[in-house]
Design a protein around this ligand. Structure first.
Ligand code: ACO
Length: 323
């Protein structure tokens, strides 16, 4: 059977770093408050020349270099983002154009923080269905552009960045030993849409709007939802937490990550944490974390890697990949 195998991974971050202490002069907050509640120490913030498309393009070029491939080898560009350059055309099409790809197809997906997990699952179906042979799956965001910089309860939590992987269709045996995407579970429930949302949009206010969040409510649901889809994914693959080599969760909040790993019985040393460096970069957080753990030699070919995310909607999901 066909499997979607990871050939390469790459990332890109804005040049400017904003540390927790940089907020102290602007609003009533502290490094201690932010770090204790979230694990965040710093985040990257895009300047006027950096956009979701430019960061996405840079992440794609890094992933292609890591894979030993060129843009012409790609026939699907799938971008997970909630902060596109324009309402339309899709920012994926702009990235496709920046890379000089003139064949195949490109489109955006919007599942907020779960976007990358949704996009990997979607690309896997296109590759296994024979619609494409090699996909760039990207998570890229400039959340700094939709933050209310007067609201200390949200603006300290998010950052900008992009990550990408190259997936390639390759023959496998249909067993858990195959390289590639092995199992996935996606969920959403719109009855929670008012807990984390943007208060603007083309069809309502004709503005871009600002991010609004009931932080406690999000926290309350996060661990249960995350563990639910992870357990569904384990059941599909007929594995347990002990079989995992690496757990790469959405990087929103270290307390949510720690509580989820504990409930699932995943050992601390298998958990990849980058929230301290990047803050919450929404759909970019998982591929950014992957790129760090691959670059520093933790994730190696053959390792069993579990990705998960949860975000606005609510949306949530998990994907199991043999690297
Ligand atoms: N600095 C200092 N004080 C602050 C700040 C800040 N940046 N922000 C809020 N406060 C104050 C509040 O005003 C409040 O003060 P009060 O008691 O005088 O009214 C106090 O701190 C407590 O506020 P809470 O919102 O109740 O703080 P809580 O302990 O719940 O922590 C937090 C807030 C960190 C947002 C937490 O709820 C959380 O992590 N929620 C999860 C949300 C999340 O991670 N979302 C990411 C997107 S969703 C996703 O990706 C999964």
């Amino acid at each position: 059977m066909l499997r979607s195998v990871v050939r390469g991974v790459g990332a890109a971050l804005p040049r400017r770093i904003m540390r927790n202490t940089d907020f102290e002069g602007i609003m009533e907050t502290s490094d201690e408050w932010i770090a204790q509640r979230t694990g965040i120490r710093q985040r990257h913030i895009a300047d006027d020349t950096e956009t979701t498309a430019s960061l996405g393009e840079a992440a794609c070029r890094a992933a292609l270099a890591n894979a030993g491939l060129v843009p012409g080898d790609i026939d699907l560009v799938l971008l997970a983002t909630s902060t596109p350059n324009n309402t339309f055309p899709a920012t994926a099409v702009e990235i496709q154009e920046r890379l000089g790809i003139r064949h195949g197809f490109a489109f955006d997906m919007q599942a907020v923080c779960s976007g990358f997990v949704y996009a990997v699952t979607t690309a896997d179906l296109y590759l296994r269905g024979g619609q494409a042979r090699r996909a760039l799956v990207i998570g890229a965001e400039t959340f700094s552009r939709i933050l209310d910089w007067e609201d200390r309860s949200t603006c300290v939590l998010f950052g900008d960045g992009a990550g990408a992987i190259v997936l390639e269709a390759a023959e496998g045996q249909g067993t858990i030993s195959d390289r590639g995407v092995l199992a996935a579970s996606l969920r959403s429930d719109g009855s929670h849409k008012d807990k984390l949302y943007v208060d603007g949009g083309p069809s309502t206010t004709q503005t871009v709007g600002h991010l609004r969040m009931q932080g406690r409510e999000v926290f309350k649901h996060a661990v249960g939802m995350i563990t639910d889809v992870v357990e569904a994914t384990f059941a599909q693959a007929q594995i347990t937490a002990a079989d995992l080599d690496w757990f790469v969760p959405h990087q929103a909040n270290k307390r949510i990550i720690d509580a989820s790993a504990k409930k699932l019985g995943i050992a601390d040393e298998k958990v990849v944490i980058t929230v301290d460096l990047h803050g919450n970069t929404s759909a970019a957080s998982v591929p950014l974390a992957l790129s760090v753990a691959v670059a520093d030699g933790r994730i190696k070919q053959g390792d069993l890697v579990l990705l998960e995310a949860m975000g606005g909607g609510f949306t949530w999901g998990a994907v199991l990949i043999r690297w």
